[in-house]
Design a protein around this ligand. Structure first.
Ligand code: NAP
Length: 281
């Protein structure tokens, strides 16, 4: 019998495992396309149904890879894509979404995000998101790289409370959101998507991860992911184009860190004592 995966439920009731798949830098090199499609499919086989992409990634190339990967199994995937701030006006958001739908070759995006705040008024972006939802082109919408004050501003707008997630940078070396954004989101049952949970690989050489890994028969990547996954209300979206690493990252779901491990991690990567401005990559 296999243990059920920890899950996250979005405000519209859709539930996904707390580990998803990132796709930044996929679609950049056609030589990698087959292995990228293979790794996304293996992730789906293992139940990692949420796939995160964006119109920005490889200028649409990542969405095309995702579209190819899910072509015969659309219903198994929960697709997240993002509109660039420069495209996030009331009118252009609609077109950007329609272009993403074409590249993904699907009728609907499950969750559509504003990639980060730009110069277009947020109210216009939200109106466009609501129109896309009413037309069935997206099932839900959210934001990315929003700090607490941005979320508060959003909450005060008409339909602002329909926000379904905030996707932000979170990993052992970027713990600022533990001070304010995570408690804010938890109080509102707003799921947080943790991007770059391995800090784009920079975390992995840290000796404490190797030490804990030796004790648990785990890799540094698994320890770093287990730290993020242990927090309720968070979905981590590591990216890998390697099938072996998809299996490795998936196994992090069943890795349990002990209080002594958390203490050692806190010493190496101190939690925030005061407010830190939201970091982004
Ligand atoms: P990440 O997931 O922290 O790290 C990805 C890097 O780690 C890749 O170089 C990958 O290489 C490597 N890797 C993955 N698993 C590994 C393992 N088990 N062992 C060793 N190396 C491993 O960084 P990320 O791609 O920046 O973030 C994840 C996803 O979050 C992105 O792909 C994207 O979907 C999203 N994101 C969103 C934003 C935003 O502004 N909203 C910003 C950044 C990222 P290989 O592919 O060669 O395995």
């Amino acid at each position: 019998m296999t243990t059920p995966l920890p899950t996250i439920t979005f405000p519209n009731g859709r539930t996904v495992p707390a580990l998803g798949q990132g796709t930044w830098r996929m679609g950049e090199d056609t030589a990698d396309r087959a292995s990228e499609i293979r790794s996304l499919n293996l992730g789906l086989d293992l139940g990692l149904t949420l796939i995160d992409t964006a119109e920005m990634y490889a200028s649409g190339g990542s969405e095309e890879v995702v579209g190819a990967a899910i072509e015969t199994r659309r219903d198994e995937a929960f697709l997240v894509s993002k509109v660039l701030p420069s495209n996030a006006s009331r009118e252009k958001t609609i077109r950007a979404c329609e272009n993403s739908l074409k590249r993904l070759r699907v009728e609907q995006i499950d969750l559509y995000l504003l990639h980060w705040r730009g110069n277009h008024p947020l109210s216009g972006t939200v109106e466009a998101f609501e129109q896309l939802k009413a037309e069935g082109k997206i099932a839900a919408w959210g934001v990315s790289n929003f700090d607490v004050e941005d979320l508060e501003e959003l909450a005060d707008m008409p339909a602002g409370s329909s926000v379904a997630t905030d996707q932000v940078l979170y990993n052992l070396s970027r713990r600022g959101i533990e001070h304010d954004l995570l408690p804010y989101a938890a109080a509102r049952s707003l799921p947080i998507m943790a991007y770059s949970p391995l800090d784009e690989g920079r975390l992995l050489p840290h000796p404490i991860l190797a030490k804990i890994g030796r004790e648990l028969d785990a890799t540094p990547a698994q320890v770093a992911l287990a730290f993020v996954l242990a927090r309720p209300g968070i979905i981590a979206i590591p990216k890998t184009g390697s099938a072996e690493r998809v299996k490795e990252n998936h196994a992090a779901l069943s890795l349990a860190l002990t209080p002594a491990h958390y203490a050692a991690l806190d010493e190496a990567f101190p939690p925030p004592a005061t407010k830190r401005p939201l970091e982004m990559i």
